[in-house]
Design a protein around this ligand. Sequence first.
Ligand SMILES: C[S@@+](CC[C@H](N)C(=O)[O-])C[C@H]1O[C@@H](n2cnc3c(N)ncnc32)[C@H](O)[C@@H]1O
Length: 215
Amino acid sequence: MEVNMDKKYEEDLENFCDHGDIGDDWCGEDVLQAILTWIKSNIECDDPILDIGCGNANIIFQLYHQGFVNVTGIDKSPVAIKLATEISHQECVKVKLEVCDVMGSVPSDMAESPLNKKYRLILDKGLYDSYATAGSTVYTKAKQEQFRETYSKNMRELLMPGGILLVATCCHTETYLKQTIGQRGHFKVREVLPTPSFEFGGKKGHNVTVVAFQK
Ligand SMILES: C[S@@+](CC[C@H](N)C(=O)[O-])C[C@H]1O[C@@H](n2cnc3c(N)ncnc32)[C@H](O)[C@@H]1O
C-alpha cells in the first residue's frame, strides 16, 4: 500500500511555523548518526547526492552542515518540499529542493530537472517502505512487482557508474532488500550497516535495516 503523507506534513508545517519544531526523525538519532558516519567515510564532500522522498529533508541539512556541498532533495509531496524549503531558509542552508516523482519517467526536455542528472549517492530513507508491503491486499502482487522493476531501473539510470544506493527501511528485512534490489535489480551489496534498534510510538526494539548497494 502506498502511503500518502501530505496530512502529516501539513501538521509538521504548522508546528514548524508556530514554534520552529521540525519533529523527530522516524529512524531515531542513533540510526541517523550511523548513516551520516557511513556517508562521511565513503562519499566525497563534492560528490552529487540525491535524497529521494526527502520529506522534511533533515538528513540533507545535516549533510550540508558537515560540508557536503552538492546535495539535492526531492519529494513528490509539494507540502513536504514546502516544509523543507521553510526549514532551509531558517537554517540558511543552500541545497536544491524540488517536487519530483522519482517513479515517473525522466523528462528529457527538462535539462535542469534533478531526474536528468547523475549521482554518486542516492539516499532512500523510507521511500521503499512507503510502497508495497508484502501481503497487502490494496497493492496487488503485480503492482508490487511493477514498483520494484521501475524503482531498480530508475535508480540505475540516476546513478553514475559505481554509484551507491543507500536504502534505510523499517518494514523490510535485509534478505528482502538483497533479493529485490540486489539480485533482481543487479546491484552489488557494498555493505550492510550495523544499526541500533530505535524507539517508535513509545515502544523500544524497532529495527532499521540499512544496506548500501553499488551499481
Ligand atoms: C516514510 S517518508 C520518509 C521521509 C524522509 N526521507 C525521512 O526519512 O523522514 C517517505 C517519503 O517518500 C515520499 N515519496 C513517496 N513516493 C515518492 C516518489 N515516487 N517520488 C518522490 N517521493 C516519494 C513521500 O512523499 C514521503 O515524503
